[in-house]
Design a protein around this ligand. Structure first.
Ligand code: TYD
Length: 133
């Protein structure tokens, strides 16, 4: 899958509180190798600002809200994530930033790879070059 998209997750509604879940390769188009989370973000901060050569990701706002801004080399899209029962699939080779974090927001990110610094594209011009090959 080369296109980013919002993917809805199961939501088991219950008077005692709702429950959602995620099974890699069943709800999202990759097997999860790693999960990390971003929290305690000070007002006005931006995270990300890079792309990945190989990793794809699935981003969920488990608490609060934030915006994910994507640029695939052609067009920019902004996705406001605000609930725990859906997330944003981000393919490889998409420049992504996360901004407008609300107070106490919690971003959960599922990745298709383990952490490798050399998978990061942090130079925007190098990224642009790869998307126009
Ligand atoms: P980074 O992915 O650059 O954060 P962001 O994109 O939100 O700005 O990661 C910040 C630091 O954390 C960087 O030094 C690498 C480290 N890190 C790990 O060690 N393991 C991980 O799984 C991740 C995502 C980051």
């Amino acid at each position: 899958m080369n296109e980013s998209e919002i993917i809805n997750l199961p939501k088991i509604e219950d008077d005692r509180g709702n429950l959602s879940f995620l099974e890699g390769a069943s709800h999202i188009p990759f097997e999860i190798k790693r999960v990390y989370w971003i929290y305690d973000v000070p007002g006005g901060e931006t995270r990300g600002g890079h792309a990945f050569r190989e990793s794809c990701e699935f981003i969920i706002a488990l608490s609060g809200s934030f915006d994910v801004v994507l640029y695939d080399g052609q067009k920019e899209t902004r996705h406001h994530l605000a609930r725990g029962y859906y997330g944003l699939y981000v393919p490889k080779l998409v420049w992504r930033s996360m901004e407008n974090f609300s107070t106490n927001s919690l971003a959960l990110i599922c990745s298709s790879t383990s952490y490798h610094d050399d998978d990061y594209l942090r130079d925007f011009n190098e990224f642009k070059g790869l998307t126009h090959e």
